[in-house]
Write a new protein. Structure first.
Length: 244
């Protein structure tokens, strides 16, 4: 290969790598400027984070309840006197009622994460309502704040309207390392610690698949939060602390 062709090839590879990094990186690390811009641009009433003067942040867990991972998460939360919001899938509540009961008994909050792990944005309007209400019937009266997090975090305008009509608050989040894709534990610990700031909503997963990595990073994150003087609370409590 002649020098000119080689230089062109290397430039093409570098360009492709840069595009890939720019596309993938926001799924693994979100600077505050990015999350605030996202909420302003695509918020459509959804909650990414809370503007607060209080030293609080919210921990959230998706796809459970799922023993033994949810139980391990609850053990760590209890050891650190921390509270969290669990966005539960209906079929998982149905499969693991005892673990769901433990979440409530230990003073944590639950939200609606639809019935199963189908991408929320792919559901028809009728399927959206059925999945939502079927799950809500199992949550009982434990979701008075009407919190919901669609699978994948995205919904179509029609679905937003259906959620709004039923009084739901869509919760997305603002600190995510894509733990569902199993990045290195060392990276997850580093990234989550960097993103620990007042008002942040941390997204983690405790259900559906092997979640040992998520469980393993949690003590370090909670220890770092304590060092920074931050307290983990439920989404509802974080919302109550919003700057007026």
């Amino acid at each position: 290969m002649n020098p000119t062709a080689r230089a062109a090839l290397l430039a093409g590879i570098a360009s492709a790598a840069a595009i890939t990094a720019a596309t993938v990186a926001p799924w693994y690390y979100q600077p505050r400027t990015l999350t605030r811009a996202m909420q302003k641009r695509w918020g459509y009433g959804a909650l990414f984070e809370v503007d607060t003067d209080e030293p609080l942040f919210a921990l959230t867990f998706d796809d459970g309840p799922h023993p033994p991972y949810t139980d391990a998460v609850l053990d760590h939360l209890a050891a650190h006197d921390a509270k969290a919001t669990f966005f539960c899938m209906g079929e998982q509540v149905e499969r693991h009622p005892a673990t769901y009961a433990r979440i409530l008994a230990e003073g944590h909050e639950v939200g609606n994460h639809f019935w199963d792990d189908r991408l929320g944005v792919t559901l028809t309007g009728e399927e959206t309502v059925t999945s939502l209400e079927r799950t809500e019937s199992l949550l009982g009266e434990a979701n008075p704040a009407r919190l919901v997090r669609p699978a994948s975090g995205f919904v179509r305008p029609e679905q937003r309207r259906l959620l709004d009509e039923r009084g739901y608050q869509i919760v997305i989040g603002s600190a995510y390392t894509s733990d569902a894709t199993n990045p290195p534990v060392s990276y997850m610990k580093w990234a989550l610690k960097q993103m620990l700031e007042p008002g942040r909503i941390v997204i983690l997963h405790d259900g559906r698949k092997h979640r040992r990595r998520t469980v393993d990073v949690l003590p370090d994150v909670l220890d770092e939060a304590a060092r920074l003087g931050l307290r983990a609370v439920t989404v509802s409590d974080l919302m109550k602390a919003a700057r007026t």
